[in-house]
Structures are given as C-alpha cells and as structure tokens.
Design a binder for this molecule. Structure first.
Ligand SMILES: C[S@@+](CC[C@H](N)C(=O)[O-])C[C@H]1O[C@@H](n2cnc3c(N)ncnc32)[C@H](O)[C@@H]1O
Length: 246
C-alpha cells in the first residue's frame, strides 16, 4: 500500500513506473550531472559529515558523490517505493527512508549536508508545499549545515533567447511563480501517467531558500547539454549551495 501523503503521490506513482528505465535516462544527461557532482564534491573537500541524499532516485548518483566525499554516515530518502528499493539493493546508505508520511525522518539524526539533485523540488506541487519542503530540509540540518540543490530554469537561454528575454521581462514586472508550472502526460511503457513539473526563476529560488532560513553561499548555472558552469543565470540548470546559519 502506498501511504505517501497526497501532495507527493503523483511523483511517487510516476517514478515507480519509471524506475526501471531511470539509469539509462540518467546516463543520457551525463555531462550536466557530472558537472553538478563536481561542484558538490569540490565544496565538500573538507568533509561532508553526516549526509542525506534527498530525492535519491535509484541511489547510484548519491552513492557516487558519497564515495568521493566520504561522509561520516550516509542516508538516502525518496518518495517512490521502487526507487527506495533500488537504493536498498545498492546498499550504499546506512539507511534508506521512504518519504511516505509526515514523520518519515524521526529516526534521522541531524545532518551536516543534504544533496537534493536534479529538480526534486520541481516535482513538488505548488509554491506553498515547496516552501514547506525547504523548511523541512532546513530543520534536518545542523546549524552550519549545507544544502546543495539544483532545479529546472524557466529563464534558460537554450529554450530560445527571445523566449528567455520575454520571460525575464514578464517575471520581473509581474512575478507569478505559477507560470513555471507545467502539466503533461508522461508515457511510460505505453501508459500515460499524469505528471507535473516546475521551472524556477533565479529570483524565486532565492526567495524560497532565504524565506526557509538559508543563506545562499553560491548560485551558478550548469548547461544541460555540455555541463559548462556559468555565473550567468540564463545558462542552464540553477544550482545553489545554501547554508543553515550557525
Ligand atoms: C529526476 S529524479 C533525481 C534523482 C537523483 N537525485 C539523481 O539526481 O539521480 C527525481 C527524484 O525525486 C523523487 N521525488 C520527487 N518528489 C519527491 C519528494 N517530495 N520527496 C522526495 N523525493 C521526491 C522522485 O521519486 C525521483 O526519484
């Protein structure tokens, strides 16, 4: 039985169905993924402490980051039971949590580092619930702890320079985060799954992170195709290192 709270259940259903294909899909994004991983690992050169991989997917990526950064203890968590099962089979984490109820984290000790990679936050429906998730991640960190998060970029120039320019203009004069919401049918093995996603603006992410209590230590963009890292926020996936003040 899937006891995932309703607000997250759509992502759980879709990623359960997609779990089998996830590794191949992920391999196709290797340039962007490895660039983000390098940013995370470089920032953790002096140690990761206790680390949580939140929205771990099949766990392979988080396990690779953990192998490079050698956390004192490593946990993974995901909303999809199929993904959690894959993490458990992989066996990299001390414990894998299924995010299936409000108190899923009650046995998780405070952590020094959270990685929340590849638009996990964009699968969370609605600004208020995204705020609640960031506040939850904040509460899981020790003071001084760090969150590494990347999200889809509504202003990415690669979607078309004119479109990016227009969106930046509209979002500046009349901000409305709901413009970044998309609904679509995700066809997996011949079945259509209703799915949703969210594309964030840089200003929106700064608002969400700082309102949750974080200081932003760095913000960069990582090109989806080449993995090139840029300080220009129109140049790819939005990547943030955010710190819970000590
Ligand atoms: C694109 S995958 C990224 C997986 C992994 N972080 C990576 O980079 O390979 C997004 C993952 O987020 C999970 N997810 C979506 N919404 C979630 C939520 N509210 N809480 C925890 N996990 C969630 C999905 O089940 C899926 O495994």
């Amino acid at each position: 039985m899937n006891e995932t709270p309703g607000r997250y259940s759509e992502a759980a259903v879709v990623y359960d169905a997609f779990a089998e294909k996830y590794r191949d899909y992920s391999a196709g994004k290797a340039a962007y993924i490895s660039s983000v991983d390098n940013l995370v690992c470089d920032a953790l050169i002096n140690g990761a402490g206790a680390m949580l991989d939140y929205g771990s997917g099949d766990g392979v990526r988080g396990a690779s980051v953990a192998a490079r950064t050698r956390p004192a203890v490593f946990f993974q968590a995901d909303v999809s039971p199929e993904m959690v099962a894959r993490c458990e089979t992989l066996g990299a984490a001390e414990r894998v949590f299924l995010v299936d109820r409000a108190d899923w984290s009650e046995d998780l000790p405070p952590v020094d580092t959270i990685i929340c990679l590849w638009n996990v936050l964009g699968h969370v429906p609605g600004t208020q619930v995204r705020r609640e998730l960031l506040a939850e991640l904040f509460s899981l960190l020790k003071p001084g702890g760090r969150l590494f998060i990347d999200v889809n970029n509504r202003h990415y120039a690669g979607y078309g320079r004119l479109q990016s320019l227009w969106r930046r203009f509209v979002d500046r004069i009349s901000p409305d985060y709901a413009r970044g919401d998309v609904r679509f049918n995700w066809q997996i093995d011949g079945t259509d799954y209703p799915a949703s996603g969210h594309f964030f603006t840089p200003a929106e992410m700064r608002d969400l992170l700082t309102t949750a209590g974080f200081d932003i230590a760095s913000s960069l963009a990582v090109d989806y195709t080449t993995g090139a890292v840029s300080a220009d926020p129109t140049q790819g996936q939005l990547f943030f290192e955010a710190v819970r003040p000590g």
